[in-house]
Ligand binder design. Structure first.
Ligand SMILES: [Zn+2]
Length: 443
């Protein structure tokens, strides 16, 4: 191995945000201070003799600006397993045979205890119980899910260490960090992972110090990625490597960007970038429809508006509109400097393009009297069609592919909403003025 003799090793301590590549199937949902020092929770001791199978349990959730402690029947039947704790090491290397690997250890199996008050303590058991609140409405109404959806594994409080190695000018550069304050779905393993809470590099706990498992929207959002993978397998199977995922949108990530400055000057933008955006938008829509409207994202930083499908603007006030400038930035291979979400919307972040698409679809659904189930079934039909068209879309240029995909969604929803042609033209030109096939009806 010619490289090894030359190597000198630099271990850089964790810093805010670095790029992850080749993490096939990994979808990191919420990106703010996602690396730092994890806060490890105790498992918690449960007196099983007092558990009653049919009794409701009390959990703690963050219901938009304040905490609530609702009681509900803990149901684990959507999941193949629920684990607490455990660890994963995501190893990403561009050096010959070392390539990318993941090492996992499962934690402890969670078994619901009916009648227990989980809201009294911050333990891994309580975290797992709180996370189940996201799925409360699905337990009662299974027909909100597409047919044949497989079970998924739920993992709460997993210690995830990322190790990135690059060979540069004969030197091995290595960066390690723990992932915190985030959640992701991994398609290859059909698992939803809640990371531990943690302190970022500034010693702060973000998101108003609310752990992700106490925000019902987030579990629902991750579950939607599981549905998307099931309905759009052509995209999942075709995706050999995850596009660059920034784990942080703080301004102080300059030093970590410096680390990779000359490694790759360009973004790789391809059809899967568009599907990633759509996947995120679908996940926000699904989460909005299956959680109670009272438990949104209020008080959770920029997400309060940026990821609320009902909001026509991002947190900084920019309107959610796909005009040509936004599309150009999204599809550009030139990296834009990342900015703070409080000041500017970053249109190279697929979540934000997804947020515009989600707001468009949501607004169109609002023109109908459809029930939740009908809305979700409409979206499922659209995703199945998209799956069939996947390889045809792959031959198109990206601008046309984005237009076709959004247009297909609008048409599918309009089959149920049934707008007058002129109203549809007005709607499209308002939400997606860059959609060329509608230029003619703007006059
Ligand atoms: Zn997501």
């Amino acid at each position: 191995m010619r490289i090894l003799g030359l190597l000198s090793l630099f271990i850089l301590t964790a810093s805010c945000g670095f790029e992850v590549e080749k993490t096939s199937g990994l979808d990191v949902t919420y990106v703010e201070s996602s690396s730092g020092t994890p806060i490890n929770l105790k498992m918690g001791v449960i007196d099983r003799s007092s558990c009653e199978q049919e009794a409701k349990s009390r959990v703690k959730i963050f219901a938009g600006s304040r905490y609530r402690t609702p009681r509900f029947l803990l149901d684990d039947s959507l999941f193949s397993s629920i684990y607490m704790g455990g660890s994963q090491k995501l190893f990403d290397s561009n050096i010959g045979l070392r390539s990318s690997r993941t090492f996992n250890t499962n934690g402890t199996l969670f078994s619901p205890c009916g009648g227990m008050d989980y809201s009294l303590e911050d333990t891994l058991n309580s975290a797992a119980a709180s996370s189940l609140y996201s799925f409360k409405n699905l337990f009662k109404q299974r027909d909100l899910l597409p047919m044949g959806l497989p079970l998924v594994s739920l993992k709460v409080g997993v210690s995830v260490k990322m190790v990135k190695e690059v060979s540069k000018s004969g030197k091995l550069l290595r960066q390690e960090s723990f992932m915190v304050n985030n959640a992701f779905y991994r398609a290859t393993k059909k698992e939803i992972v809640f990371l531990p809470q943690g302190k970022n590099v500034r010693g702060e706990i973000p998101f108003s110090k609310v752990p992700m498992w106490e925000i019902p929207f987030i579990g629902a959002h991750e579950y939607a990625h599981h549905i998307f993978s099931h309905l759009v397998p052509n995209y999942i199977n075709d995706r050999t490597r995850q596009k660059v995922t920034k784990l942080c949108f703080d301004n102080n990530s300059a030093h970590s960007n410096e680390f990779y400055k000359n490694e790759k000057g360009k973004r790789k933008v391809e059809l899967s970038s568009i599907f990633t955006a759509l996947n995120e938008g679908f996940a926000d829509l699904f989460a909005r429809y299956i959680t109670d409207s009272k438990v949104g994202l209020q008080g959770i930083s920029c997400f309060e508006k940026s990821r609320d499908v009902e909001s026509d603007t991002f947190f900084n006030g920019t309107k959610k509109i796909l005009h040509s400038q936004v599309v150009n930035v999204f599809l550009s291979t030139d990296k834009k400097r990342r900015v703070n979400c409080l000041q500017q919307a970053d249109f190279q972040d697929p979540h934000l393009i997804g947020a515009i698409i989600a707001n468009t679809f949501y607004s169109l659904f609002e023109k109908s009297n459809l029930e939740k189930k009908e809305k979700l079934d409409t979206l499922y039909r659209f995703l199945k069609k998209l799956n069939l068209d996947y390889f045809k879309l792959k031959t198109m240029n990206l601008n046309d592919a984005l237009e076709s995909i959004v247009y297909m969604g609008i048409e599918e929803i309009d089959l149920s909403v049934n707008l007058k042609h002129s109203d549809k033209c007005a709607f499209v030109s308002m939400h997606y003025p860059a959609l060329h096939r509608y230029y003619s009806c703007k006059k």
